[in-house]
Write a protein that binds this ligand. Structure first.
Ligand SMILES: Cc1ncc(COP(=O)(O)O)c(C=O)c1O
Length: 358
């Protein structure tokens, strides 16, 4: 009988946030608000949309596999050589490439237990093992991960999905100085722009740490999740290994062009960040006022403890047309992750929660 590889038996399928259509269908609703997947509530960058539309005439052509226009712009933005960058079909793909390029069968990668699930699934798909350590007071367990001597990759999600907690540039830098050079550190910065910290000097970091791979995405701040485009920043040695195994046309042409345009859209970026900052603190204040436990967030979502009735809360919100993310699949069954939405979406959320509490 036809049998897939043995490793696949232990890999759980990725659990995405529920889609708008799914909830519309289930509850026979016309309108649904989705605050479950940390997408940009303002939509896509307008400059990216204009660039995207212009691509229609070129759809018959294969894209250029190395996304040269985008990589050139990124190199300028980060003061790096183009050889230090690689574009991926979402930053997901870069994570996947990293595991396949750097893990041998039976090797270990380490990460947190309540974190983005792709680290463990990509590791296992590569035929390696994932050692998960619990978060420490909801923060990434850096030193504990380092104490696991068999690790070949250390994953750090900063800010962490789903908690929103993050570690400062200074502490990450100190940590990197302690990591032996045969271990690849994958620093997933999907939500970094939403923190209160400055961008770290990644050009200097990757010079000093040839074993560092930073992953970034256009899915969150730039609002391009549907196009699937992200990238990796690392030493030439790491990028060259990833490039060898990437599919030849991994990123599509409209995604490359739209992402390059989005980089120039500073007013959209500012507007998105400002709205996120304002509403993230307002939402946290409201939940705290109601007596819920909350976590500090440096991301575009918040993490709230609803307790034993978390699943019921989530189901009640869904039935009223608002989708949030129950964190059972992240090993936090009493917690819920809520994407910061637009004013209208957030006000609807608060109204519904207040109704449920009463
Ligand atoms: C922490 C983290 N890393 C990476 C990703 C993947 O993003 P992309 O859309 O770039 O594949 C996500 C998506 O939700 C995420 O939460």
């Amino acid at each position: 009988m036809l049998q897939p590889r043995k490793e696949l038996a232990v890999i759980p399928e990725y659990v995405p946030g529920k889609s708008i259509d799914e909830i519309k269908e289930k509850y026979k609703l016309k309108q649904v608000i989705k605050l479950a997947s940390n997408e940009n509530p303002l939509g896509a960058s307008p400059m990216a949309k204009v660039a995207y539309k212009k691509c229609v005439e070129n759809l018959r052509l294969y894209p250029r596999g190395t996304a040269p226009e985008l990589i050139k712009k990124l190199a300028k933005k980060w003061k790096l050589k183009e050889e230090n960058l690689i574009a991926g079909n979402g930053s997901d793909e870069i994570l996947d490439l990293a595991t396949r390029a750097f893990l041998n069968k039976g090797d270990y990668a380490v990460g947190a237990s309540s974190t983005f699930s792709v680290y463990s699934s990509a590791t296992q798909i590569a035929g390696a093992k994932y050692k998960a350590f619990p978060l420490e007071d909801f923060y990434y367990p850096l030193e504990t991960m380092l104490s696991f001597e068999k690790a070949k990759i250390i994953f750090i999600c900063n800010p962490n999905n789903p908690t929103g907690t993050y570690i400062s540039n200074k502490r990450i830098y100190e940590f990197l100085t302690k990591v032996p050079k045969h271990i690849l550190v994958v620093l997933d910065m999907a939500y970094w722009e939403f923190t209160a910290e400055k961008e770290p000097p990644l050009n200097l970091w990757i010079k000093q740490f040839p074993n560092l791979l930073c992953t970034r995405t256009f899915s969150k701040l730039y609002g391009l999740a549907g196009l699937r485009i992200g990238y990796g920043i690392a030493s030439e040695q790491v990028i060259s290994a990833l490039s060898k195994i990437k599919p030849p046309f991994n990123t599509n042409y409209p995604a490359q062009i739209a992402a390059a345009a989005a980089l120039d859209d500073t007013s959209f970026v500012e507007k998105s960040l400002e709205m996120n900052r304002t509403w993230r603190s307002l939402l946290l204040e409201c939940f705290e006022f109601w007596g819920f436990d909350i976590l500090p967030s440096g991301a575009n979502f918040i993490c709230v403890k609803f307790g034993k009735k978390a699943a019921e809360f989530v189901a009640r919100l869904e039935s009223k047309g608002l989708v949030v993310r129950h964190l059972k699949s992240f090993g936090m069954p009493e917690w819920v992750r809520i994407t910061v939405g637009t004013k209208r979406e957030n006000e609807t959320l608060l109204r519904l929660i207040s109704g449920i509490i009463k």
